[in-house]
Design a protein around this ligand. Structure first.
Ligand code: ADP
Ligand code: MG
Length: 390
């Protein structure tokens, strides 16, 4: 799995066809569901216009078989439009979509071999759990003799074994979402699409389901495209995250690279909790923040005027022991906000520039926060010194 992702981490036009030749043995699955190849997806220059509104603007994206890719972006950025183009509910104005070796750009939704999970579950309330899960098999006219086993395998996958005869009204929100998942995968589709499937659940259940979905994905080895506006959810679950803004694909990367190496100010401010500060170039590996020179371990983008993106948890209160090469900022504490598991500390540099950092809620870490109004030295490792174009 990992090697697949590394191999396709930077899919280019040239090597696109490579992953369609992956050996089917790697796709073998567990728990009685039949082994079957999962397809890669290739979105090629997809554009969608509604009159003068460009909902999706020339988006190209290759997804490896078995990969979990999240589409992340603010409301209106084109996530649902892109998912609709994959699912066949939205016809692109131009561009193409391939699943495996098939051009499905103009195929109707029911001929696409794609399972879909919506935010509102869209279960049939008058049918039992088993009838709901069997629905795609009926719609696809699969032989009735195989239904019972397929339904019980799918329910076992989502840990609802034996729930076949229950009514939908008897289930909790989390159980309903699992039934929706079982229904999306019962016919063993090549691709599963999910549009904010957990957003109706409360925080705790949502986090539990995120971990469950991640496990389920490993078990199924299904190709999944997952829409969310929740960056933490995207980082938790995905092999790669595609960030959309105003219909454009801004960056696609692994969660770690996206978080640690944002390509521009939008990604830097959308992911995590960053302060963006105006800086100027000071040589090949340093920038100037006012009079303070900060070294970075990463190549600088071109230009003289740049932005320093500082995530709150990357700033560390100076513990007094020697750390050669680390950047130091002297500031004054202006406010400390208690937030339970952590505390947010607001401070200002000598020239009034505001910065903020996060300190864990442990007794020891809290002891290190100076009183409001006191001076404080914070450290920023050159590895954590991220500079993006202004
Ligand atoms: P997201 O899912 O990221 O919130 P959408 O894909 O739903 O964004 O929408 C992207 C843009 O396209 C938005 O500006 C939205 O208003 C517009 N849009 C989406 N669907 C339609 C439609 N059927 N008619 C007109 N504009 C639409
Ligand atoms: Mg949407």
């Amino acid at each position: 799995m990992l090697c697949l992702i590394q191999q396709f981490g930077n899919c280019s036009q040239k090597n696109r066809t490579v992953y369609f030749d992956q050996p089917k043995t790697t796709m073998a699955r567990t728990q009685g569901m039949d082994a079957r190849a999962k397809a890669g997806v290739s979105i090629r220059s997809a554009t969608k216009r509604y009159g003068s509104v460009v909902a999706l603007d020339d988006v190209s994206l290759d997804i490896a078989p078995g990969e979990f890719v999240s589409l992340l972006g603010p409301s209106g950025s084109g996530k649902t439009t892109l998912l609709g183009i994959l699912g066949g509910f939205v016809q692109p104005t131009s561009g193409a979509v391939w699943v495996g070796e098939r051009d499905i750009t103009y195929a109707p939704p029911h001929k696409r071999d794609i399972g879909i999970v919506f935010q509102n579950y869209a279960l049939f309330p008058h049918m039992s759990v088993g009838e709901n899960v069997a629905f795609p098999l009926r719609a696809r006219r699969q032989p009735k003799a195989g239904w019972a086993r397929k339904v019980s395998d799918a329910l076992a996958m989502v840990e609802l074994s034996g729930y076949e005869s229950r009514g939908i009204a008897q289930l909790s929100g989390g159980q309903r979402q699992r039934v929706a998942l079982a229904r999306a995968m019962v016919f063993e589709p090549q691709l599963i699409l999910m549009d904010e499937p957990l957003s109706a659940l409360d925080k705790q259940l949502r986090e539990t389901m995120q971990i469950e979905l991640r496990r389920l994905h490993r078990k199924l080895e299904a190709t999944i495209v997952y829409v969310t506006h929740d960056q933490r959810e995207a980082l938790t679950m995905s092999d790669r995250v595609a960030v959309l803004r105003n219909g454009r694909l801004v960056q696609i990367d692994t969660p770690e690279r996206l978080y640690d190496r944002p390509c521009d100010a939008f990604v830097a401010s959308f992911i995590g909790e960053a302060t963006l500060l105006n800086v100027t170039r000071a040589g090949d590996d340093a920038v100037k923040l006012g009079n303070i020179v900060l070294r970075t371990a990463h190549p600088l983008p071109p230009g003289e005027k740049l932005l320093l993106a500082v995530q709150t948890e990357k700033l560390v209160i100076d513990g007094g022991y020697e750390r050669p090469g680390v950047n130091k900022l002297v500031c004054r504490v202006s406010e400390v906000l208690y937030q339970g598991e952590s505390l947010r500390v607001f401070a200002t540099l000598a020239d009034g520039t505001p910065i903020s950092l996060r300190q864990p809620g442990s007794h020891d870490a809290r002891q290190r926060i100076p009183a409001t109004g006191a001076e404080m030295t914070v450290l920023l490792d050159p590895q954590d010194t991220i500079v993006v174009p202004a």
